[in-house]
Design a protein around this ligand. Structure first.
Ligand code: UD1
Length: 348
């Protein structure tokens, strides 16, 4: 089965690509490399070399807003008699802070880009899609664990773009309820790395997210972790989030493909998280315990756009996808640290 994986060179995409290839899929990675490194591809190829699966991977450099390239990819696959049967769409921009200063760019890439993709899919009778949505769409939702039916109230342009795409799916599905098969996966906080240490998260510049910041403090690239508030209404005052191991998250995508393959037309919005909430202080303690590294920190004021608590109810994913996250917080720390140690400067 041939899969188009947009954004396949990124942190999440590269882990999905490996899993797909290991399970025998033909994979077309489509990526602009604006926020990822071409070294990722070399790493994937090296890894696959040992397993003789390399020939199933093809990489195309392009921008999701460029409809001509998308059209040529779909057409070429038809000509080869190996049409694209399912798309995993991750290509997009994801910095909350940047989206506040440059909303047009966020709407252009995330919304217009997705529109291009859907138009092209329709033109080529490809109707199966797995999409990377985000827990950010729940915004200030007031109770946990968060269920999919909970009120959507994004508080940033980035979140708005994810909601806009989900609304578009809704209109599309309603327009012909016998056609489209869509899983929109609402990610919580993906962390950790492939246990080989070959691929992992390599944020450009200073990391915004907690986990890569911690591993960079541990390796000496950053001095001190700033904790954004110890006065939240939580048991220790720091923010609580749902961290999910990147391999568990990647497996959720493969389960989604299996689900789409066995389903009639459908549109499902599904949380992918661990279903557990951990505070910033708990994460630091666990990381120190698992790795033996010390993480110096200082308490700073709250960060704009943050919420006190966010963790998922994952019963829908378990029920529908027969998927369950298997890796512990300790595993997330160990694998994240293994990646950082083996790659002190990321893909460098
Ligand atoms: C952030 C994004 C979210 C995105 C997700 C991707 C914001 C406001 N939200 O989520 O839209 O989908 O990443 O993974 O950027 N923290 C610190 N110090 C740091 C960094 C973070 O104390 O240097 C705290 C935060 O206040 C929060 C927790 O750690 O309580 C997790 O933060 P982070 O890793 O940035 O993820 P989210 O804010 O949940």
């Amino acid at each position: 089965m041939r899969v188009l994986l947009t954004g396949g060179a990124g942190f999440i995409g590269s882990h999905i690509a490996l899993l797909l290839l290991e399970r025998g899929y033909d994979v077309l990675i489509f990526d602009s490399f604006a926020n990822s490194s071409s070294n990722v591809i070399k790493r994937i190829e090296n890894f696959l070399d040992n397993k003789a699966l390399k020939y199933k991977l093809r990489v195309i450099n392009g921008d999701i807003r460029d409809k001509k390239i998308l059209e040529s990819i779909f057409s070429k696959c038809v000509k080869e008699n190996k049409p694209i049967e399912v798309v995993i769409h991750l290509a997009g921009v994801k910095s909350v802070v940047e989206s506040l200063t440059n909303p047009l760019y966020y709407w252009d890439v995330n919304v217009s880009g997705t529109l291009n993709l859907l138009l092209t899919m329709k033109e080529h009778q490809c109707y199966s899609l797995v999409f990377s949505s985000s827990a950010t769409i729940y915004g200030l939702s007031s109770y946990v664990p968060i269920l999919e039916e909970q009120k959507i109230s994004p508080i940033t342009p980035y979140g708005q773009t994810k909601v806009a795409v989900e609304n578009l799916f809704y209109d599309l599905y309603k327009s012909n309820v016998n056609l489209w098969k869509i899983c929109s996966l609402r990610y919580f906080n993906p962390v950790g790395a492939h246990p080989s240490g070959l691929i992992g998260e390599d944020p450009k510049g200073i990391p915004n997210n907690l986990f890569p910041f911690i591993t960079q403090v541990a390796i000496g690239r950053q001095k001190t972790l700033s904790i954004y508030g110890d006065d939240w209404e939580t048991k220790d005052g720091s923010g609580i989030r749902d961290y999910i191991h990147i391999i568990d998250l990647a497996e959720g995508h493969l389960s989604s493909i299996d689900y789409l393959n066995t389903s009639e037309s459908c549109l499902e919005f599904i949380n992918l998280g661990s279903g557990k909430g951990y505070s910033v202080f708990q994460i630091i303690r666990q990381f120190e315990l698992s790795t033996g590294c010390r993480i110096p920190f200082s308490i700073e004021s709250r960060r704009d756009g943050d919420v006190a608590v966010s963790y998922a109810d994952i019963s829908k994913a378990k029920r529908l996808l027969s998927w369950t996250p298997k890796r512990s917080l300790e595993q997330m720390c160990l694998d994240g640290w293994n990646w950082q140690m083996k790659n002190p400067n990321g893909y460098g």
